[in-house]
Design a protein around this ligand. Structure first.
Ligand code: PLP
Ligand code: COI
Length: 348
């Protein structure tokens, strides 16, 4: 068996990209995976270099937004391997999202295989270890045949695109300022717990408005009572109490973040911290010592300030010490410098 050192692999046929200065944007890579669902079955799927999709004007996705997606990343580890983080959980969540929108299930083991194939084909775009960038992987599925009455499509396409990315928020680890939104993102018994494009369409006006007012993101409240913290447009939240306990909001209408679920385990098993998932009330957020957003894209982005109309809650101008420990441990596991729990790292 032949082994490459990290440096050898980093320099192998990599694309000439300014990795350190990448933002969170789309940069077309060479290959994407495509599989079609027709007459009740998925085909084998294949890699293609064609980044364009041609659809009928009446396709289900165009008329009634029948689309779900996932987000995960590929990393180059210190010893030069390319890995992804818990892709089985993304596959599981895509199954749940598809079921809620009456779409066929793309089985999670085939999902993981397709992710591996796509990343492998785009190896030259996987940012080198230590560059601060990663390869973002976006699996998605949509209704592709014409639908005019309100009903699910009969035909679907599952695809995986990849794009190298840098930090989700400009400024990287600099704490962000978020505001409590007057808009709601998800209704009780609605679709907030799945990763459907429609949830993000709902948040576009609110994010454009937040940016206009100088905020980085919106925090949404529970739509029924508007007393509990839910999540932001693209990440879950976590808080640290003054005595060093991790608290994350529990709700049926937020996305079950894989990053958050992993951080709870990291907090308990690696850092010996208490970690609790429970309803978090808007009127208690002033009592926390630290706050951060967590998600695949956000990793852990420290929150410096939450603005709730006239009220400002400040968590400091630097990433807090417990948030830092969580960040370092999680990214250490992802980049191969800290031993991962069984099954978390999937080598490409
Ligand atoms: N919440 C929302 C609304 C998201 O879009 C994401 C991103 O995937 C998350 C939370 C974080 O989930 P994960 O950690 O699985 O990426
Ligand atoms: C992710 O973190 O993967 C997401 O889908 C969030 C999105 C806002 C980029």
């Amino acid at each position: 068996m032949w082994f490459y050192t990290g440096e050898e692999r980093n320099s192998m046929e990599k694309k000439n990209i300014d990795w350190a200065n990448l933002g969170f944007g789309y940069l077309q890579t060479d290959y994407r995976f495509v599989s079609n669902y027709k007459n009740g079955a998925w085909d084998e799927g294949t890699l293609t270099t064609d980044a364009n999709i041609v659809l009928n004007e009446c396709a289900g996705v165009l008329q009634y937004a029948q689309t779900v997606f996932e987000g995960l990343k590929a990393y180059t580890t210190k010893d030069g391997k390319i890995v992804t983080f818990r892709p089985d959980l993304n596959g599981e969540r895509l199954e749940q999202s598809a079921a809620r929108l009456e779409m066929p299930i793309y089985p999670k083991d085939k999902f993981v295989e397709a992710v591996k194939k796509t990343v492998k084909a785009n190896e030259a775009f996987v940012p080198p270890y230590g560059s601060g960038a990663t390869l973002y992987i976006r699996p998605y599925m949509f209704g592709s045949n014409p639908v005019i009455g309100v009903k699910p499509a009969d035909e679907y396409q599952f695809r995986i695109l990849t794009t190298p990315v840098g930090p989700y928020f400009k400024g990287g680890a600099k704490p962000i300022t978020i505001r409590v939104s007057d808009f709601d993102r998800a209704a009780p018994h609605g679709t907030g717990h799945i990763k459907a494009g429609l949830n993000y369409a709902m948040s576009l006006h609110a994010i454009v408005d937040a940016h206009k007012q100088g905020y980085d993101e919106n925090v949404y409240l529970d739509a029924a009572t508007r007393t509990r913290i839910e999540e932001t447009g693209g990440a879950n939240l976590l808080f640290i109490t003054k005595d060093g306990k991790v608290v994350t909001p529990k709700s049926d209408s937020i996305l079950p973040s894989i990053t958050r679920r992993s951080l709870i385990q990291v907090a308990k098993e690696y850092l010996g911290l208490e970690a609790e998932e429970r309803p978090v009330y808007l009127d208690e957020i002033g009592e926390f010592a630290e706050c951060g957003l967590c998600g695949t894209a956000a990793v852990i982005s420290p929150v410096g300030k939450i603005v709730d109309h006239g009220r400002e809650i400040c968590y400091g101008t630097e990433m807090g010490p417990i948030t830092r420990k969580l960040y370092d441990t999680l990214t250490g596991i992802q980049m191969g410098t800290i031993k991962a729990p069984e099954g978390w790292i999937c080598e490409i």
